[in-house]
Design a protein around this ligand. Structure first.
Ligand SMILES: Nc1ncnc2c1ncn2[C@@H]1O[C@H](COP(=O)(O)OP(=O)(O)OP(=O)(O)O)[C@@H](O)[C@H]1O
Length: 225
């Protein structure tokens, strides 16, 4: 299996050379293969958000390397790294962050237009994605007129709209009740399976983590299992 995401010796701290300096990540090695869904489990404060930001090219490590496929992202200019992030990485957060004034479908169309896709093709892709997660009948609803679970499923579709090679999620079912979280997680797996993308999904929910291919545990800035 080829690695889509590879972190090698990633170290990151804040407030360098100040009294309140902290080292958050200490030599993290991590790989996620094509088509693999990996759970990232970490106690609060262990550096999970820092790790996701670095893997998602929103931040850079102090030392170590971040590879997407064959490319060492830490060797790129900021401009090229930002372009790679837009093209290659999809993000899902605990809260959906959909644009309130646009419909479900438009929320999935817009990032594709920004990526140069035609409106017709973007609409087809949006409908296909919404269909996969069972929200097609609500395509013309604005987020406020969707249930929490539907909003989250639309956010999943948006994250995958541009066919990223890497999906990063931070508590993707975190704001839902357990029954709804279960169904919505199944919808996410339906979207991810068969695309060949690599997914790294942070969660405190050990039951959900157990349904992924592998669990990576982060403790005090190190991968322990
Ligand atoms: N910009 C910053 N400046 C200083 N310290 C920071 C900064 N960002 C994070 N930290 C510290 O780094 C540590 C790890 O932060 P991070 O946000 O990665 O944790 P986390 O594992 O995501 O926690 P949680 O699960 O509670 O969100 C924390 O102790 C935090 O206080």
């Amino acid at each position: 299996m080829s690695d889509e995401l590879r972190l090698e010796g990633v170290t990151k701290g804040y407030n360098h050379a100040k009294p309140n300096e902290v080292t958050v990540l200490q030599g993290v090695d991590l790989r996620v293969g094509a088509g693999e869904v990996v759970a990232l489990v970490a106690p609060s404060g262990a550096g999970k958000s820092t790790l996701l930001h670095i893997a998602g090219l929103l931040d850079t490590p102090d030392a170590g390397r971040v590879w997407l496929g064959e490319t060492d992202m830490t060797a790129l200019s900021d401009k090229r790294r930002t372009a790679a992030r837009r093209r290659e990485v999809g993000f899902i957060y605990q809260f959906h962050h959909l644009l309130p004034e646009f419909t479900a479908e438009e929320n999935i169309v817009l990032p594709q237009l920004a990526n140069g896709v035609s409106r017709a093709a973007a609409r087809d892709r949006a409908r296909e994605l919404l269909d996969t997660v069972g929200v097609a009948p609500r395509a013309s609803h604005r987020p406020a007129a969707l249930s929490g679970g539907e909003q989250q499923r639309v956010a999943y579709c948006r994250a995958l709209a541009n066919r990223p090679r890497l999906l990063l999620a931070d508590e993707p079912t975190g704001n839902l009740d357990p029954g709804s979280a279960d169904r919505v997680f199944a919808a996410l797996m339906d979207l991810v399976r068969g695309t060949g993308l690599a997914a790294l999904i942070a969660t405190h929910n050990l039951e959900l983590a157990g349904r992924m291919d592998r669990i990576v545990r982060l403790e005090a800035g190190r991968v322990v299992a």
